[in-house]
Design a protein around this ligand. Structure first.
Ligand code: SAH
Length: 218
């Protein structure tokens, strides 16, 4: 069962979580506000009710995880979002990151390759109010050519390399935030597509994500 009540206790725990993330170096107050508005415990089984406000990743079934709040904030900050941006997310998972993006005022297109996780989100009542999020079941390596090009692309699984089709679907001036690396540790990278079409690459901290796999899983 999922919890569906956001009590004062939850709100208090969430404020502490935001302070923790700020102390770890997140400076964008809009990102911190978005984290503060999203009841993360809704995305986990009620057994994790309070643990939801620890700065940790958790299992969500099918061997997948809900990303650590610090990681969600870190990627969101690197995206340098502006209102109404079109954002493509690869790896919907629990949909927590997608909701944080929606709270930043952007339009979200999110793809999940595991049918079961996609179906769970279709049944998740809390998500219904987020009309700016569109959910897709598919292979993120392909992106969404018919919905692109996108202002921003965020990949929330470990990519062995930068997926070329996703670069194609970036607008000129667009940015992709992606953890790159085939081993246990990935480097967070930001790729900016310059107006000339050339790519600028920046490397940030190390993180550890579940792998980005090819193809769909039914
Ligand atoms: N953004 C999620 C993090 C989920 S973990 C959250 O906030 O909870 C990464 C997710 O990426 C997993 O659900 C996994 O199934 C998915 N994934 C891995 N490879 C993928 C691909 N090629 N296309 C779409 N989703 C993929």
């Amino acid at each position: 069962m999922r919890p569906s009540e956001d009590t004062y206790r939850h709100k208090g725990l969430r404020k502490k979580l935001v302070d923790t993330i700020r102390d770890k170096g997140i400076t964008n107050e809009k990102v911190l506000d978005a984290i503060n508005r999203v009841p993360r415990h809704y995305f986990l089984e009620s057994a994790f009710d309070e643990k939801a406000y620890e700065d940790r990743a958790f299992p969500i079934g099918e061997g997948q995880t809900i990303s650590q709040p610090y990681t969600v904030a870190y990627q969101t900050q690197l995206l340098e979002l502006e209102p109404f941006h079109k954002v493509l997310e690869i790896g919907t998972g629990s949909a927590y990151q997608a909701v944080v993006l929606a709270e930043m005022g952007v339009q979200v297109f999110t793809i999940e390759r595991q049918k079961k996780l996609y179906e769970i989100n279709k049944e998740f009542a809390f998500l219904k109010k987020y009309i700016t999020i569109k959910f897709f079941y598919g292979d993120g390596y392909e992106g969404l050519p018919t919905y692109g090009p996108f202002d921003r692309v965020i990949i929330t699984a470990a990519a062995p390399e930068i997926p070329p089709k996703l670069i194609q679907q970036l607008k000129p001036g667009g940015m992709m935030v992606i953890p790159v690396g085939a081993g246990n540790v990935q480097q967070m990278m930001r790729i900016t597509k310059l107006s000339s079409g050339a790519l600028k690459e920046e490397v940030f901290e190390d993180f550890s994500f579940v792998p980005m796999l090819g193809g769909k899983r039914s």
